[in-house]
Design a protein around this ligand. Structure first.
Ligand SMILES: Nc1ncnc2c1ncn2[C@@H]1O[C@H](COP(=O)(O)OP(=O)(O)OP(=O)(O)O)[C@@H](O)[C@H]1O
Ligand SMILES: [Mg+2]
Length: 140
């Protein structure tokens, strides 16, 4: 007999990011999912910007990785979760880079700190030499 799932079905979109075209694909997928979930225009823009920043970091620092977007419903409230995963060089001290202005010499270093402000939940798990995973979540 078929098993009845206990949780509501979740939509998942995986975007492979390898270079800047992947950044555009991740942006587009995030925008579509936010609209589908009923996010306001302002929140759709926030999510799209945050996803763009983490995807841009993958393209720039790790060259390739994946952005996983999930549409969830907890207690009737739609939410969008994001995981940006790469196997690049990693970050020696993730707690520092989420502060404003901790970029490399030729950039502003505002991407991760902005993404953190734009989303409800935000975390960076990384170690030098061990890749990086950024997790974010925003409820509608
Ligand atoms: N996926 C990643 N892999 C390795 N290092 C990363 C990654 N993402 C961020 N970093 C490191 O964290 C720093 C801060 O990232 P952040 O996105 O805030 O700034 P930036 O990319 O340098 O500049 P901006 O995003 O403002 O153009 C980067 O300069 C880089 O050293
Ligand atoms: Mg950046």
């Amino acid at each position: 007999m078929a098993q009845v799932p206990h949780t509501a079905p979740r939509d998942e979109v995986r975007v492979h990011v390898a270079g800047y075209e992947g950044v555009l694909s991740a942006r587009k997928a995030a925008r579509e999912m936010a609209v589908k979930l009923g996010f306001t225009l302002a929140d759709t823009t926030r999510v799209t910007t945050a996803v763009s920043e983490v995807a841009r970091n993958i393209a720039r620092f790790a060259w390739s990785g994946v952005v996983v977007l999930r549409a969830e419903h907890s207690h009737g409230t739609p939410a969008l979760t994001v995981e940006a995963i790469d196997s690049g060089p990693g970050i020696a001290d993730p707690s520092l880079v989420v502060e404003d202005g901790y970029g490399t010499a030729d950039s502003l270093g505002l991407g991760l700190s902005s993404a953190r402000r734009l989303m409800d939940e935000f975390s960076v798990v990384s170690r030098a030499g061990d890749g990086t995973t950024v997790k974010m979540r925003k409820s509608a």
